[in-house]
Write a protein that binds this ligand. Structure first.
Ligand code: PHE
Length: 468
């Protein structure tokens, strides 16, 4: 890399901008939809406690490692390992780039679904309607439609890329400054509204009170929490390395990591207050019982619209507020994944940022079309017997732990913890977690991450009932 390039590398305008951007990446569909339903499934308070404990230990360690590698190398994940003097580890950079390159397209398809629901609720309100009549039929006909899922995905992708074209400071930072506070405001507003509904107490109890009977196997709870934490903190996609590479030297890596973990966990727990009580109330009323709560992936696009319909005219407004919130969350996460891909192409090929954005955008729409058409016109294309979207989703669950475990091995045994800790001390502050970090990154983190990997493989292949 030339000196010229070095000087031209963008940077965040400050510590807050970095934390906001990383938190914006972390806070996504995982917090709003996956966390509440896992908590409901795995004994409420038990899951929440295990999750918080894991985030503060394992999550913190992995975040510090990725951010420090990024800032130390001043490169995106693809070229960072070479820059640090370990060209043999280039394969890890390639792997950490390939993962988001394949995950981004299908994430954008789901982003497109959110666009569709947002527009549907806006149309309802504008046309004086109150509810989507049959949410299951609405969802099924939408994903199987000839063009709709593709068009929505393309819109979502192009808007994301437009933000990236504007750059780190003018694009990502500015869009986060608008979207993140609004997201937080809407989440708090919805949670308070739900909390004030008559009968909400039962749902809140269900969410918070530890229920040891529904977590007979604590191993599964820990695994579920670990996999969730991993996804939720946007780890192993090169994002935190790329974002770390834009971090100023005078800012503190560990302080940023703690804040990111705190913000991400706060929104996850808050989402539970927003979703669980209404779903529990609906389950009791409709007589559907636990099945409603365990709806899993269908919760957001089918169950919640059913619940909103119960609220009559107010329901359409709640739908708008809720899907705006989801749209912002999905959008800021997609931005971060796109940036990791764009930065990697820029650093590797030394092309202009706009050229790189155009390439990533074209790639994303092309590969995304496999998933967008995967339930409709191309439903016969089934890699490993799965619809394309499910295939990409399952590959992510297997690929990310591999990347994360390798990053730990690299940081713990090749680069050595002292280099990462030196990067943590660069802003002049004392680092009081040296031994903790070294033990975590060398032994505990790789082992725990490998456990997630094995459980994911078993889950994918349906071995041993490891359904999470
Ligand atoms: N962290 C995001 C969420 O919680 C998902 C995500 C993963 C986004 C990886 C970008 C990269 O939904």
């Amino acid at each position: 890399m030339s000196d010229m390039n070095k000087q031209n590398r963008s940077s965040w305008s400050g510590q807050l901008a970095f934390v906001l951007a990383a938190a914006a990446s972390a806070i996504g569909l995982g917090n709003l939809w996956r966390f509440p339903y896992l908590a409901a499934k795995y004994g409420g308070g038990v899951f929440i406690a295990v999750y918080i404990a894991l985030s503060l230990t394992l999550g913190f360690t992995l975040l510090v490692t990725e951010i420090a590698i990024g800032r130390y190398s001043r490169q995106s994940q693809l070229t960072a390992f070479n820059k640090l003097g370990h060209p043999k580890w280039n394969f890890l950079g390639v792997l950490a780039t390939v993962v988001p390159l394949f995950i981004l397209p299908y994430y954008n398809v789901i982003g497109g679904w959110v666009v569709k629901y947002f527009v549907a609720y806006v149309k309802l309100v504008a046309g004086g309607g109150t509810a989507i009549e049959n949410p299951q039929a609405f969802f099924d006909s939408f994903v199987a439609a000839p063009w709709d899922p593709f068009v929505c995905m393309a819109i979502f992708t192009v808007v994301t890329c437009a933000v990236i074209v504007m750059g780190v400071k003018n694009g990502i930072e500015k869009s986060n400054i608008v979207m993140m506070p609004l997201l937080l405001l809407m989440a708090v507003g919805l949670a308070v509204y739900v909390g004030c509904l008559p009968g909400a107490g039962e749902g809140i109890k269900f969410y918070l009170v530890p229920d040891f009977s529904s977590c007979d196997n604590i191993g599964k709870v820990v695994l579920g929490a670990m996999g969730q934490m991993f996804y939720s903190l946007s780890l192993a996609m090169g994002i935190m390395i790329t974002y770390g590479s834009y971090m100023r030297r005078q800012d503190s890596v560990p302080k940023a990591a703690v804040r990111i973990v705190a913000a991400d966990t706060f929104v996850a727990v808050l989402s539970g207050f927003m979703i669980i009580p209404v779903v529990v109330m609906f389950a009791a009323k409709s007589g559907a019982g636990r099945a409603t709560i365990d709806a899993g992936p269908g919760l957001m696009f089918v169950t919640l619209p059913k619940v909103f319909a119960e609220f009559g005219a107010t329901g359409a407004w709640i739908g708008i507020a809720f899907f705006t919130l989801v749209l912002f969350a999905a959008f800021t996460s997609a931005i971060s994944m796109t940036e990791a891909c764009v930065a990697a192409v820029c650093d590797y090929l030394h092309v202009k940022r706009n050229t790189s954005v155009a390439a990533v955008c074209t790639w994303s729409i092309a590969i995304g079309s496999l998933s967008a058409f995967g339930y409709g016109r191309w439903k016969d294309f089934k890699p490993f017997g799965l619809p394309a979207l499910d295939f990409f989703d399952s590959s992510m669950n297997v690929l990310t732990p591999i990347v994360a475990a390798l990053i730990c091995v690299f940081a713990g045994w090749v680069l050595r913890p002292k280099r990462i800790l030196a990067e943590c001390r660069r802003d002049g502050s004392a680092v009081g977690f040296k031994t903790f970090y070294a033990v975590m990154v060398k032994f505990i983190a790789p082992l725990l991450v490998l456990t997630i990997l094995v459980s994911e493989i078993c889950r994918t292949l349906g071995i041993g009932g490891w359904k999470i």
